[in-house]
Ligand binder design. Structure first.
Ligand code: FES
Length: 104
């Protein structure tokens, strides 16, 4: 397991998306309060950036801006069509105010 520093928690605005490159991976990071969620920044329906989508902090979801598929930020599961496959999710923790992401 490879743990990568993704930046200071305070630099992530609440309930907004941010595309971050971690080594050879491009992910979307969403902060909801003290929790941080990390998914591959690629919709599973078509090749489209989820960082351009909309976060629903109450449902803990992100909506793809292209065709409207909903994904769970908690596990990357596709919740609505047209997406039928999950998006890869990464473990993220906050340590000493830094966001750390585990990438395999
Ligand atoms: S590209 Fe995301 S729902 Fe179609």
């Amino acid at each position: 397991m490879n743990v990568v520093d993704a930046g200071a928690l305070e630099d992530f605005a609440d309930a907004t998306t941010r595309q971050v490159t971690l080594g050879d991976r491009v992910v979307v990071i969403v902060r909801l309060g003290d929790d941080v969620y990390v998914l591959d920044d690629r919709c599973s329906h078509e090749d489209f950036s989820l960082a351009r989508g909309t976060v629903d902090p109450d449902e803990c979801t992100i909506e793809c801006a292209r065709h409207g598929a909903l994904f769970s930020l908690k596990d990357g599961e596709a919740l609505t069509l047209p997406a039928t496959h999950p998006v890869r999710r990464y473990e993220a923790t906050v340590r000493d105010g830094r966001v750390e992401v585990s990438v395999a």
